[in-house]
Design a protein around this ligand. Structure first.
Ligand code: AMP
Ligand code: MG
Ligand code: MG
Length: 256
């Protein structure tokens, strides 16, 4: 392993066993806003935190409920066809399938305390805005690993500098890599983001969490002295993630 890492120019130990690189595509219109915006492509690329290698990839198309017919602009931007989303799954099922893929792909890794993983995207939009909004809007509970993330823009700036807001494709090229695939295809965007992550790791930059969702505000209630506000369990405790679940149900059993 040491030889492999030396050969790949690595050597800076990262805090995570795996990085999960995601790039959502969503319904959209030209020069305007669509409400509610919905995820239509859910891709993820698993990167080994020690070697920077891509070890597995996942993709599901997601069927939008509120605007089921994609605009021509959206089809042309993303390359996603109407039949892709017609044959897609609901977002809750995509989250469950992603979680199952991730568990299978990381099984046996890590130590007895579990696998240390962090989700990564280019920018903050995917987790802070898009996934969070749609899950709240539809009452879908998501795994807690989506509640904090690495915005690759931050380590990119540390590794390569540059002031302006470069887009993902510009960043990939600024790092000396060729862009591969189609810009705005979610899986290709995620694969290129993963390649950029590897390149940044080669430059010995420590990859750390850059953003997180604010914890829910504490519940303000009149309370008897000495009692807990919610019957003994902490109001701030994250929801448990169900491990065993039947296919076709959402990750936490609450259908939208
Ligand atoms: P991206 O990851 O950059 O491919 O974009 C994610 C999503 O942002 C797309 O699926 C669209 O919903 C939206 N988006 C990106 N670029 C545009 C654009 N020029 N106009 C409207 N929406 C866009
Ligand atoms: Mg994106
Ligand atoms: Mg994209």
């Amino acid at each position: 392993m040491a030889a492999i890492m030396a050969a790949r120019g690595q050597g800076l130990e990262q805090d995570f066993d795996f990085f999960v690189v995601v790039d959502f595509e969503a319904t959209c219109v030209k020069d305007g806003r669509i409400f509610p915006q919905e995820i239509i492509e859910f891709p993820a690329v698993l990167v080994d935190g020690a070697t920077g290698r891509i070890v597995s990839a996942f993709r599901r198309y997601v069927r939008p409920k509120h605007h089921p017919v994609l605009t021509q602009f959206c089809r042309e931007l993303t390359g996603i066809r109407q039949e892709d989303v017609d044959g897609g799954v609901e977002l809750g099922d995509a989250l469950w399938l992603h979680d199952s893929w991730l568990k299978a792909a990381t099984a046996g890794a890590g130590n007895k305390r579990g696998v240390r993983l962090a989700v990564v995207t280019w920018g903050d939009w995917d987790y802070r805005t898009m996934l969070e909004f749609e899950c709240r809007f539809k009452g879908i509970e998501k795994p807690s690993y989506f509640d904090q993330w690495i915005n690759l823009r931050v380590p990119f700036q540390a590794a390569l500098g540059g002031g302006g807001r470069v887009n993902l494709q510009e960043a990939v090229r600024a790092a000396g890599l060729d862009w591969e695939g189609r810009l705005h295809c979610g899986l290709d965007d995620a694969l290129n983001t993963a390649r950029l992550l590897d390149e940044i790791m080669r430059r010995r930059v420590k990859i750390t969490i850059t953003g997180s969702l604010a914890p829910p505000p504490p519940i303000q209630q009149k309370q008897q002295p000495g009692t807990s506000p919610c019957g003994g369990s902490s109001a701030l405790a994250p929801p448990p993630i169900q491990q065993k679940q039947q296919p076709g149900t959402s990750p936490c059993g609450c259908s939208p």
